[in-house]
Ligand binder design. Structure first.
Ligand code: ADP
Length: 217
């Protein structure tokens, strides 16, 4: 079983992957956790240049298909060197971000009438032509932008300059959230809402919902 935890930055992915890992370890389950992009590896060089604004300080300045390819080749390299063997031998894989992130951040840069064509291209490019695995389950953490921005500002201790080209453009992030909702319905993602009646749900409550989705086979 290959599960992806998706969400915009600051939506709680790392927190939730960690809670999931702890619970699965306590149950004695074996699994492999991967986190993408692989910033430790030279395979993420172009992603880093893009996020640092070297191709344009607005994410929308950078060609969608080129930017998508930067992330795709990083995943390809990461798959071949770090988890292909485990995946093929049947180990459960949990990924923090994946191809599905292109279907949010890059999709959001395109006009609506091109969304379907982009999603078909993306799926064919990464899962078809490049041949990296397609996830069995995608769990999308839906966090309103104003809340994730506050959580991230805390993370960066008020230093807004630490945010990358995606993170600092609120309007763009709103478009990303819309793009995510669109892809979620087309690609059958499980949506976990991180707020209830305007208030942030606790990490544990969100975790319980994720655990239920994770375990349903
Ligand atoms: P991501 O990996 O999606 O960028 P993180 O897991 O790093 O997000 O979470 C962003 C910040 O929000 C962290 O400081 C984290 O501790 C905090 N956080 C995550 N989920 C919750 C929650 N449900 N309630 C309160 N704070 C949270």
């Amino acid at each position: 079983m290959f599960t992806v935890i998706e969400g915009l930055d600051g939506s709680g992915k790392s927190t939730q992957v960690q809670l999931l890992e702890t619970e699965l370890s306590e149950q004695g389950k074996t699994f492999l956790h991967i986190k993408l992009p692989d910033y430790e590896s030279p395979s993420s060089a172009l992603v880093n240049m893009y996020l640092a604004g070297e191709f344009g300080t607005n994410a929308s300045d950078v060609n969608v298909y080129a930017a998508s390819a930067f992330y795709a080749v990083d995943r390809f390299a990461n798959y071949l060197t770090k988890w292909k063997q485990a995946y093929e031998s049947g180990t459960d894989i949990i990924a923090d971000r994946y191809t599905t992130s292109n279907a949010i951040y890059q999709l959001a840069k395109l006009p609506r009438e091109q969304w379907d064509a982009y999603l078909s291209w993306l799926s064919d490019f990464e899962y078809g032509k490049m041949g990296i695995p397609q996830p069995d389950k995608v769990i999308y953490l839906d966090m309103p932008i104003d809340i994730s921005q506050k959580l991230m500002s805390k993370r960066y201790a008020g230093d807004e300059s630490k945010k990358d080209v995606h993170e600092k453009n609120i309007l763009f992030l709103e478009q990303c959230r819309e793009a995510a909702m669109y892809t979620a319905s087309k690609w059958n993602w499980h949506i976990v809402s991180c707020v209830r009646q305007g208030a942030l749900r606790s990490r544990e409550e969100i975790h319980e919902e994720i655990m239920r989705i994770y375990q349903a086979r």
